[in-house]
Design a protein around this ligand. Structure first.
Ligand code: KG4
Ligand code: ZN
Length: 357
């Protein structure tokens, strides 16, 4: 069995992350600089600002990870770096720094697909064998796939419009949740979850059942998003809400949004599981659903997914929250997976480029 140590770099969106992980799944060192607060103040991610912040932080984030691990760059076996998908301006910062480290150390580079990394993270913390089903729900993505090997994904469905995290982020902004001190520093998704937990009547607002009649496994947030907008406009008019004020029923509406998104995810997931059974894509007696991505931090969604799994004969595996959101650890671990399987390790740096999709 191949053993080794990989340094991983992540800069695909708004987190500058670096970690050093070994083939036993031990995290030797880790550092992360989140840009969340700055982007929250701008009401969304502005790519050139994200790029400048990555540039500003990448060097010390990598040095911190190495320092915490108490190792030198010459001690690692390879450098893994996210090259897709993501914001082009952000991706290029991490890739170029990864190439720079590879060039100066003579260690090979492992280009990493960010979604592959989200999907494989669970294998660092618990034994999950191929093939397994994965549902990735984040701010940028929503996809359901059968993972057959490190680099072999059978895509069953994806979002036709917004990702679930994006839907939460937009709703939180429209609802002006940040005007409540307790919510100021939270991501949109976390804010909706907290607000929903304060609801006294989660069924106060009606939401449509989206795409229930569609005979595929794709997802769509557009219907829920439009419905949120309609409810807010109606409430604002009804209560004469202006400026920085929040609608009086904001917590109940948040509970409704969380429920509508959860119900949609569960309904599409169950369709996917029925397809898996029909096509015999997973072993009959050993079916696992892996849930990951930032939205997989949501306790309500996790609990609902647990019920779907119970009903469909799956076991549910979810990485701890800090491994569900973007980080360098998952990239380093993906590097380990590729190192051990001998896939996509290169010294030809000119052949490596970013890809936004
Ligand atoms: O995976 P991630 O860190 O970045 C992307 O690759 O997108 O996910 C970030 C997303 C954000 O949209 C955020 O609102 C959402 O994950 N999120 C949550 C929760 N925590 C973060 N959504 C729902 N409930 C949460 N507790
Ligand atoms: Zn991500």
């Amino acid at each position: 069995k191949v053993t080794g140590i990989v340094l991983g770099i992540e800069t695909s969106c708004d987190d500058t992350g670096c970690a050093i992980v070994d083939s036993n799944g031990k995290i030797l060192g880790e550092a992360l600089n989140s840009q969340q607060q700055i982007h929250l103040n701008h009401g969304g991610i502005i790519p050139p600002i994200a790029r400048d912040l990555h540039k500003q932080h990448i060097e010390h984030v990598v040095h911190d990870a190495l320092r915490i691990a108490s190792i030198e760059l010459s001690d690692v076996d390879a450098i893994a770096t996210t090259v897709k998908p993501g914001l082009p301006l952000s991706l290029v910062v991490g890739m170029n720094y990864g190439k720079h480290l590879s060039r100066t150390s003579g260690k090979p580079l492992i280009p990493v697909h960010h979604m592959e990394a989200h999907a494989l993270t669970i294998r660092m913390v618990q034994k999950v064998d191929f093939p397994f089903l994965v549902l990735l729900i984040s701010g940028g993505h929503c996809l359901l796939a059968v993972v057959q090997a490190v680099d072999k994904f059978l895509l069953l469905g994806q979002s036709l419009d917004d990702a679930p995290g994006e839907a939460f982020d937009k709703a939180a902004r429209r609802l002006k949740l940040r005007n409540l001190p307790e919510f100021r520093t939270l991501s949109g998704g976390r804010a909706i979850e907290l607000a929903a937990s304060k609801s006294t009547d989660p069924q106060a607002f009606e939401f449509p059942m989206v795409m229930a009649q569609y005979r595929d496994c794709n997802f769509s947030m557009a219907g829920i998003k439009n419905c949120v907008r309609r409810h807010i406009l109606q409430q604002e008019k009804l209560h004469g809400v202006e400026g920085d004020e929040l609608i009086p029923d904001v917590f109940n509406l948040c509970a409704g949004i969380q429920m509508a998104v959860t119900r949609h995810l569960c309904q599409r997931l169950q369709r996917g599981m029925e397809f898996v059974t029909l096509q015999n894509l997973l072993p009959r007696d050993n079916k696992t659903l892996v849930l990951s991505g930032g939205v997989a931090c949501n306790t309500f969604i996790k609990r609902a997914m647990g019920l779907v799994c119970q009903h469909m004969g799956y076991s549910l595996a979810v990485p701890p929250p800090h491994l569900c959101t973007d980080n360098g650890i998952m990239i380093a671990w993906n590097g380990i997976e590729r190192l051990c399987a001998d896939i996509g390790i290169t010294h030809d740096l000119d052949s490596v480029d970013i890809d936004s999709k």
